[in-house]
Design a binder for this molecule. Sequence first.
Ligand code: PGA
Length: 255
Amino acid sequence: MNKVKRKAMIAGNWKMNLTPAQAAKLLTELMPLVQGADCEVAVCVPYIDLFVAAEQCANTNILVGAQNCHWADKGAFTGEISAPMLRECGATLAIVGHSERRQYFGDTDESVNQRLKAVLAGGLRCILCVGESLDEREAGSTEAVVRRQVTAGLAGVTKEQLGGVIIAYEPIWAIGTGKTATSAEAQEVCGFIRTLVAELYDGDAAGKLQIQYGGSMNAQNAAELLSQPDIDGGLIGGASLKAQDFAAIVAAAGK
Ligand code: PGA
């Protein structure tokens, strides 16, 4: 397939898994397997693992990120973590708007937008997650939902800042279910996102944007998904917890 050359990013989303000692063990296994990869490689780890992971991944090709970020730099927000804190721990990116945050912790399009702007202002790159539920897909509103989430998520973000944004399309029905979107379904929505970003910004910005697919991506289905013209990487949950599986996805992205 004649694919526009954008660098792919394969990012692990460890979710609430792995203690610092377990994180160190997984990264030790992973590092030699992804060394010299032909794509960007990242792990988004629990906050308490950031220090250990960043120290271990310094001078390697593995980027370390967080899974969320508060919108204020500091203050009375018990249990939250800010962008300057993440940065000092060695994170260079953060996920915002993951569907589990939206579903279980009350994140809204507005708060996700606030978080995204704080991540960018803090000098980190940001993975903005969007995606429809099964009900929304079956009701034919996938594009309307994704349009709303992308438009609201990027509100107030300049074209220059957009360079620090990666959008992850993660249909909720495919997350952790083993039920992957077909490559055609994933491509259709990722292509829609690129067209939308061209509408919101311009063709140049849209052409440069990295768009990931996420939702039960694994060593078996990665190559097919990643060969789609508008899919520039993956956000990987379950399979990112196994070094061999994650490395196989990274290898598929380099092809
Ligand atoms: P999964 O998770 O790969 O386990 O489906 C993806 C995600 O939630 O980012």
